[in-house]
Design a protein around this ligand. Structure first.
Ligand SMILES: Cc1cc2nc3c(=O)[nH]c(=O)nc-3n(C[C@H](O)[C@H](O)[C@H](O)COP(=O)(O)O)c2cc1C
Length: 229
């Protein structure tokens, strides 16, 4: 699979069989995170790989479910359904019900590994703070994206979740459980596993013309060469 195909066909996989990935494949995937770019090559990322501790995976799954039900379950369907406009009509009510209840986000439970990506603002000796907003969380996301493509290219599935770490009290609990020091902040998780079934190629993306502007804001970028979709 070349890089263009990997970019175009990667999707969030949220349903795993629970099977184990061969260690050599997993290590190939993990290794790609090291090659992500970072400011001054500071590599201000650390990843905790949760593989054997099923209890902890279940904790992460439970937290994700709870956080999702708070996020999506607190408003009526009529108001929030537009947020998943890209899901085909016949699937939308059921998908949204899974989101409202939080069931859709329990998938870390059946993943082979759940990776907790942590960034830091202060671990280096710079007198200035390198804000997580501009540095740490971005470099972790880049490392995660490398692993996501690698997992996909090897035929596995992966899903990015912010839900387990986005709420401060639950995040603190997670840090306590796995011993993350205060100078490191979990910013994302990536669950990797064997997909239960292949996923459709949605959700669709906005056309290039609507997200790229030419020379000035709002001036649609017009393609000069044609591209086969
Ligand atoms: C910063 C960020 C946070 C995300 N948080 C979650 C999450 O908490 N749970 C989840 O299942 N997916 C999460 N996603 C995945 C998106 O829902 C998904 O990438 C998007 O709907 C596009 O679908 P695709 O990845 O299949 O192309 C997140 C993605 C990003 C980039």
């Amino acid at each position: 699979m070349d890089v263009f195909e990997a970019v175009r066909t990667r999707r969030s996989i949220r349903d795993f069989t629970g099977e184990r990935i061969p260690d050599e494949d997993l290590e190939k995937i993990l290794d790609t995170a090291r090659y992500a770019p970072s400011p001054e090559n500071m590599q201000m990322w650390r990843y905790v790989v949760i593989r054997e501790d099923q209890e902890l995976k279940k904790f992460i799954a439970d937290v994700s479910r709870q956080a999702a039900s708070e996020l999506f379950g607190s408003a009526p369907y009529e108001i929030t359904q537009g947020r998943i406009w890209y899901v085909p009509d016949h699937n939308r009510p059921a998908t949204f019900e899974d989101m409202r209840l939080g069931d859709l986000f329990e998938y870390p439970r059946d993943a082979d590994v759940v990776i907790i990506g942590c960034g830091s603002e202060t671990f280096h000796d710079s007198p200035l703070i390198y804000e997580l907003e501009y540095f740490g969380s971005i470099v972790v996301a880049m490392g995660i994206l490398n692993m996501w493509y690698a997992a996909h290219a090897l035929g596995y599935g992966a899903g990015y979740q912010a839900l387990p770490v986005m709420e401060p009290r639950r995040c603190e609990l997670l840090c306590e459980k796995i011993g993350i020091p205060r100078s490191w902040i979990p910013v994302a998780t990536l669950s990797i596993g064997v997909p239960r079934s292949p996923r459709m190629l949605g959700p669709s993306r906005f056309p290039l013309e609507s997200v790229f502007y030419s020379e000035r804001w709002g001036n649609p970028y017009k393609r000069i060469a044609f591209r086969n979709e």
